[in-house]
Design a binder for this molecule. Structure first.
Ligand code: ZN
Length: 106
């Protein structure tokens, strides 16, 4: 198995997993039990990870890149459900709604 993505935000890890599964890649989310202990262990160790089979790693990297293709500088946006979503995500991690229109890079 190969780790293709990690985030402190477990719902985002699941969105990435769903995106990979939509591509026919059997992804797996790991580390959620550790995430429950945020504050008790170093934060980086509490990150939730998305893992895929080794032979799917290349295709997965492509999917993950397109999923977060706006990059870390993208502006956060506010979803219709009231949730503020980090700009690199095109889908609300709370309710699953897509971002309203193209995301402007900062
Ligand atoms: Zn939402």
């Amino acid at each position: 198995m190969t780790r293709v993505y990690s985030t402190p935000n477990a719902p985002v890890a699941h969105l990435v997993r769903h995106a990979l599964e939509a591509e026919g890649i059997g992804a797996e989310v790991r580390g959620e039990t550790r995430a429950a202990f945020v504050g008790e262990i170093p934060p980086i160790e509490a990150w939730v990870e998305v893992w895929v089979p080794d032979d799917e790693a290349l295709a997965s990297a492509e999917t993950v890149r397109s999923f977060v293709d706006e990059g870390p500088d993208a502006k956060p946006w506010t979803c219709g459900c009231g949730e503020t979503v980090e700009g690199q995500f095109g889908v609300c991690w709370s309710c699953g709604e897509p971002a309203p229109g193209p995301i402007e890079a900062a």
